[in-house]
Design a protein around this ligand. Structure first.
Ligand code: RIB
Ligand code: CA
Length: 311
């Protein structure tokens, strides 16, 4: 029986690779994709989600548009990383498939109430606005969610958008605070682990060598995406953040971390959006998240390449 998941996303080249990995993996049943404002505004993330579904030949996947701004703040985007379209690196055709009419937040509430409790996993890959809005509007859904596996936060790796905060959490700290306090089983993929998943030239070449349309598109995205991080970190490739979420569902043994308390800073003058991870368990605060720190990066890329090669 395939594991039922909903991907909440702000594509973003790395989101797009994560979506392709999920669609290429029979272990997972993607019930829907919900778009949120983040890397680029909502109209583009909702369009990009559909472009990725069409690239994968999966126009059967319903795509919903969600919140176009954080719960309480003005939207911060990241065109400098992802380009103006959010999927720069290669030109993809305008999507033909339609957006669903229902708002993503209404969909999340209805869908979680429709499935048996504990049978649907949420995979947020962007700011947590949609998830928090659903949990706030319908608190009953919290106990119905099997697990939330999200990309966000940072501790040892510190921030990427401010010295203290990672982008997904920084864009909507209030939303993140709701999700981390909801009592839902939570697995967090912070920069601590995603910065160990670098798309080196050799790995980009592996996608290109597939000789498939999808392989070429993924190589183009990862090549474009890397320029910002290589310039900033001097690393030998861009961190492929969001696919770690899907890879965790497929092969959790590739990862390791600690079940600890993680709080979200929403007030600090310099630290808003920081994930305050009690890695050394020095506080009396109850653990609420499996905070991942290490990964077998070569194992992840072997899995990713094998699956992308199927599309
Ligand atoms: O900080 C990295 C995260 O922000 C990734 O999810 C990337 O897609 C952007 O949303
Ligand atoms: Ca993302």
């Amino acid at each position: 029986m395939a594991r039922k998941i909903i991907i909440d996303t702000d594509p973003g080249q790395d989101d797009a690779v994560a979506i392709l990995l999920a669609l290429a993996s029979p272990e997972l049943q993607v019930l829907a994709i919900t778009a949120v404002a983040g890397n680029v505004p909502l109209d583009l993330t909702a369009k990009n989600a559909r472009k990725v579904c069409e690239l994968a030949g999966r126009t059967d996947i319903p795509v919903y548009a969600g919140c176009d701004a954080p719960l309480k703040r003005t939207l911060v985007t990241a065109e400098h990383v992802h380009g103006k379209t959010g999927l720069d690196g290669i030109e993809l055709p305008e999507p033909v498939m339609e957006l669903q009419d229902m708002h993503a937040v209404d969909f999340l509430i209805h869908e979680l109430r429709r499935h048996p409790p504990g049978t649907v996993t949420l995979c947020p890959l962007g700011p947590l606005t949609n998830i928090a809005a659903a949990l706030t509007r319908a608190p009953d859904i919290a106990e119905r969610i099997e697990q939330i596996v999200l990309m966000g936060g940072a501790y040892f790796e510190v921030g990427n958008v401010t010295p203290a905060a990672e982008f997904n959490i920084y864009v909507d700290p209030e939303a993140a605070a709701v999700v981390f306090a909801a009592g839902v089983p939570l697995v967090v993929m912070p920069l601590d682990v995603t910065h160990k998943v670098l798309v080196t030239h050799e790995r980009v070449a592996r996608f290109e060598a597939m000789g498939t349309r999808v392989g070429h598109v993924v190589a183009s995205w990862t090549h474009f995406f890397e320029r910002f991080d290589v310039a900033k970190y001097g690393s030998q490739g861009a961190p492929l953040h969001d696919p770690t979420v899907i890879a965790y569902l497929l092969a959790p043994a590739l990862f390791s971390g600690r079940y600890i308390n993680v709080e979200i800073e929403t007030q600090g003058e310099f630290t808003q959006g920081m994930t305050v991870a009690d890695w050394w368990r020095v506080s009396a605060r109850a653990p609420n998240a499996l905070f991942i720190k290490d990964v077998d990066a070569e194992g992840l890329f072997a899995l990713l390449s094998e699956r992308i090669g199927r599309l």
